[in-house]
Design a protein around this ligand. Structure first.
Ligand SMILES: [Zn+2]
Length: 196
């Protein structure tokens, strides 16, 4: 059970972890809080965008689509490892997922297989969208993987969470495949080593 970080604290935490951060527009007040609650927060969710081109990717994640308004995450991590802050508060990234998974994240236990979509994830997860086509062939540059590791670790550090509070969208919602191209187990190991 944790209250979300302040926007200023979020920005400072990312920078303290050694990240290059770009603030996009009025990101601190761009959110979906009028549609539902934001918090308590329990974890961090990693996604891929299925897009190519950093500028276009950041714009899409800020604005969203006609049937899925933005922000689509809090931070966009582009191929060069830059974190672009596009929103803060409730964001349209996690959708409905499995309550058993949420319980495991809260307890920081091994994740059960996600087989239900019955729980509001936008309320409970920080979200990072990562620029990648998600076809299993588009490479994940080391700078980008390093930034994912640092961004997740910064949030875990603030809340006193372990790497087990960091999950992929594919571990949350049945049918999702993101992120594709590296394993969440390998990313959690990196985060664990960083938090030591
Ligand atoms: Zn996703």
């Amino acid at each position: 059970m944790a209250s979300p970080m302040s926007a200023g604290g979020f920005l400072a935490g990312l920078r303290a972890e050694g990240l290059t951060v770009v603030e996009v527009g009025d990101w601190e007040h761009h959110n979906r809080n009028h549609k539902g609650p934001w918090g308590p927060v329990h974890g961090v969710m990693i996604h891929h965008t299925v897009t190519k081109g950093s500028e276009r990717t950041v714009r899409l994640c800020r604005d969203g689509y006609a049937d899925l308004p933005g922000p689509l995450c809090h931070g966009v991590i582009t191929k060069d490892g830059t974190v672009h802050l596009v929103g803060y508060g409730r964001a349209n990234h996690a959708g409905l997922g499995d309550d058993d998974v949420l319980r495991a994240v809260i307890a920081e236990k091994a994740l059960p297989h996600d087989n239900e979509a019955n729980t509001d994830g936008n309320r409970h997860f920080y979200g990072f969208e990562c620029e990648n086509l998600g076809d299993g062939r588009d490479p994940w540059p080391e700078a980008q993987l390093d930034a994912i590791e640092r961004a997740a670790a910064a949030i875990c550090r603030h809340h006193g969470w372990t790497e087990r509070s960091v999950i992929g969208h594919l571990e949350w919602q049945p049918g999702k495949v993101d992120p594709r191209g590296f394993t969440m187990a390998s990313m959690r190991k990196r985060i664990r080593d960083r938090l030591k």
